[in-house]
Design a protein around this ligand. Structure first.
Ligand SMILES: [Zn+2]
Ligand SMILES: [Zn+2]
Length: 282
């Protein structure tokens, strides 16, 4: 029995409907399911929800909460943090929880927010235009923005903490053991701990075969475990078929690292549950 709070639907760039995700969740005997479509942003974005769909999204989830008996349903959004433009605080009042994610770092010369987890050519363009090929400055800025979000508009869950590593396959630019990178991560963990946020262990990179490991990387999970930072497992499912992809292997791995509990939203509260490779133990 699992829960998943990072799921997308056709309200944004997800391929399944709310109902299809729920149907699959029933078949998998999920305990609770949270929807977290990409929140609207005040600039062009292919994969975000249109502002005018937000009302219907929230209304539809509200109805599904009452009509779905077997599984608890929760309303969330994966919200971007772009300084002065959008933050988790803009939506948190209307939701059960927020996932705060950095998908944009500063802006290209033409003013377009720089998307850091999309096409590698787009990444290279920003690395050139904004950071003059200084990858350390670019990755450092990513973590600075993450900490700024935590300080100013802390979400319930920190989304894919080290997502920008998707642009560093086979250590193309650097090794994660380099001290500057480790320091950025450690500073960010300090901020998370102080704010009391939950960190998601996101399996999407693995089943998409875009990352050999979860977001965040295993060595970061070890630090989170040592610091006693709460975690939750999620798949960032853009299709109902991916609702619990790689949860079993990830659970095994988390146990090996020493995690005893994962956090789940259940009966209206985030609570720690023991778990094994088959799921949460009630
Ligand atoms: Zn994301
Ligand atoms: Zn997502």
């Amino acid at each position: 029995m699992w829960s998943n709070f990072h799921t997308h639907t056709n309200y944004c760039d997800g391929k399944s409907t709310l109902e299809e995700q729920i149907q699959q969740a029933k078949e998998l005997d999920l305990l609770s399911l949270g929807f977290s479509s990409h929140a609207p942003v005040p600039f062009d974005c292919q994969w975000c929800m249109d502002q005018e769909k937000l009302g219907l999204y929230l209304e539809s989830i509200k109805k599904l909460k009452t009509t779905t008996k077997e599984i608890e349903i929760y309303a969330g959004l994966e919200v971007d943090y772009v300084p002065t433009r959008v933050s988790p605080n803009d939506f948190s009042d209307q939701l059960d929880y927020t996932i705060g994610s950095i998908h944009f770092v500063d802006a290209l010369v033409d003013g377009t927010p720089w998307e850091i987890d999309g096409l590698h050519v787009v990444f290279l363009k920003g690395l050139d235009e904004i950071f003059h090929h200084n990858h350390q400055a670019a990755f450092t800025r990513y973590f600075e923005l993450t900490r700024e979000m935590i300080d100013l508009a802390c979400p319930t869950i920190i989304g894919h903490l080290d997502k920008m590593k998707i642009q560093n396959p086979d250590n193309k630019f650097f090794d994660e053991q380099e001290s500057w990178y480790q320091n950025e991560v450690k500073e960010t963990i300090k901020a998370i701990k102080k704010a009391g946020a939950i960190v998601e262990v996101n399996t999407r990179g693995i089943y998409q075969k875009k990352s050999a490991t979860t977001y965040p990387s295993p060595w970061i999970l070890e630090l989170l475990q040592q610091e006693n930072v709460p975690i939750t497992i999620s798949s960032d499912a853009h299709h109902a078929d991916d609702l619990v992809s790689q949860f079993d292997t990830t659970a095994n791995f988390l146990q090996e690292i020493g995690f005893k509990k994962i956090h789940v939203l259940y009966q209206g509260e985030w609570k720690p549950f023991t778990f094994n490779e088959n799921g949460i133990i009630l």
